[in-house]
Design a protein around this ligand. Structure first.
Ligand SMILES: [Zn+2]
Length: 97
C-alpha cells in the first residue's frame, strides 16, 4: 500500500497533506493500492550517476486515482499494469506478473 491523502472534494495525492491544495479543506490520510497503469514514460539518455541503464521515468495512475512518477528499469508499455514500490525512498515500478 502507498500512503497518501484524500479530500472530500475528490482530490487525492500520494503525499501526506493537512489541507487540500484545491479547496482548502482538511484532508484525511488514506492508503492506496500499489497497483496502477502506465500513462506515459520517457527514457533517460544520461541517467544520474549510480543508476543502471536503461532507466525510464514513468507516469503511473494508481487504481484509485492519484498519479505519481516512478523510476523503472523495466521495459514498459502505455496502458500496462504495474506494481509500485518504494526502494531507497524512491518510487519504482515494475510490470505486474
Ligand atoms: Zn479538496
Amino acid at each position: 500500500m502507498i500512503n497518501g491523502s484524500e479530500c472530500r472534494c475528490g482530490f487525492r495525492t500520494i503525499s501526506i497533506r493537512p489541507s487540500c491544495p484545491i479547496c482548502g479543506k482538511m484532508m484525511v490520510q488514506k492508503e492506496f493500492p500499489d497497483e496502477g497503469r502506465v500513462l506515459s514514460y520517457t527514457r533517460l539518455q544520461v541517467p544520474p550517476e549510480g543508476f543502471n541503464v536503461p532507466l525510464d521515468l514513468a507516469m503511473i495512475e494508481l487504481q484509485e486515482g492519484p498519479k505519481l512518477v516512478c523510476w523503472t528499469e523495466s521495459e514498459l508499455e502505455i496502458g500496462q499494469m504495474v506494481e509500485v514500490y518504494l526502494d531507497q525512498n524512491m518510487f519504482k515500478c515494475k510490470p505486474l506478473s
